[in-house]
Design a protein around this ligand. Structure first.
Ligand code: 5RP
Length: 251
């Protein structure tokens, strides 16, 4: 309830527990306060970013924001933004992005992130790497002591050609950390295909990834790899919503 008040939203009732989706919405609405008319905006992907895109659409409709250009980080966000009437562009036309707002799967104490459990990590990294300010929005379940620390996947986008070979090489890179590499699949066990026509290999770690920069470099050196989901030193602000209120961390 305090988090809802902090973000200027109506609390459901003073005693009601906030759902995880309420917390995502609260963080998203707070981030949209950073948006100003005339900005080129990176529009993130996922259930948290979705609330931010909805809010931007609402403020545009109400005339409270003007002359916004959105650069979507996935086809899903593209379609959502289009349906809300948000004018869209791309990095070719707008190589400098004023502000990007996106969710994350993990946030460490240094504001490094794991992203891409929604599968959009490549376009997210391109857009968010081109922005002056990158505001990350999460509920407090996303906070970890070290990346890979949630026991969930660290995604790597790979080309389809001989993906098993690439997955085996990825697993071997991190064998000391008990890494297991698995192809991401859908409901019928079919491979998940990204917006770029690639596959995702999810890495699961038993221990710590170790030196993140070294891990990033090693992954990117493998020829079949397109990009990975570690976003190191990219976030400028992280907005965290929890039952006890909102926390804003700046780099
Ligand atoms: C998609 C992402 C998302 O931002 C991340 O998965 C968080 O999603 P959600 O807000 O649904 O928890 O990186 O590629």
């Amino acid at each position: 309830a305090k988090a809802a008040m902090d973000a200027g939203l109506h609390a459901p009732s003073s005693s009601a527990m906030l759902s995880q989706d309420d917390l995502k919405k609260i963080a998203a609405y707070k981030a949209v306060e950073y948006v100003e008319s005339g900005m080129v905006l990176g529009l993130g992907t996922g259930s948290t970013a979705r609330h931010a895109v909805d809010r931007i659409g609402q403020l545009l409709r109400q005339g409270k924001l003007k002359d916004i250009v959105g650069i979507p980080t996935s086809m899903k966000t593209h379609d959502q933004a289009l349906s809300l009437g948000i004018p869209l562009s791309d990095l070719d036309a707008h190589p400098v992005v004023d502000l990007a707002i996106d969710g994350a799967d993990e946030v460490d104490p240094f504001l490094n992130l794991v992203k891409g459990r929604g599968g959009s990590l490549l376009r997210e990294k391109m857009v968010e790497g081109a922005c002056k300010k990158f505001v990350v929005i999460v509920d407090d379940s996303k906070l970890v002591n070290f990346l890979g620390g949630s026991g969930l996947a660290m995604p790597v986008e790979v080309i389809r050609f001989c993906w098993k070979f690439t997955a085996a090489r990825l697993q071997k890179l991190f064998e000391d950390a008990g890494c297991v590499a698995k192809l991401r699949t859908g409901e019928k066990e079919e491979p998940f295909v990204t917006d770029n026509g690639n596959y995702i290999v999810d890495l699961y770690f038993e221990g710590s990834i170790g030196d993140l920069k070294a891990a990033s470099d090693a992954i990117l050196q493998l020829a079949g790899v397109v990009e990975h989901g570690m976003f190191l030193d990219m976030a400028t602000t992280v907005i965290i919503a929890g039952e006890l209120g909102l926390t804003v961390k700046n780099k």
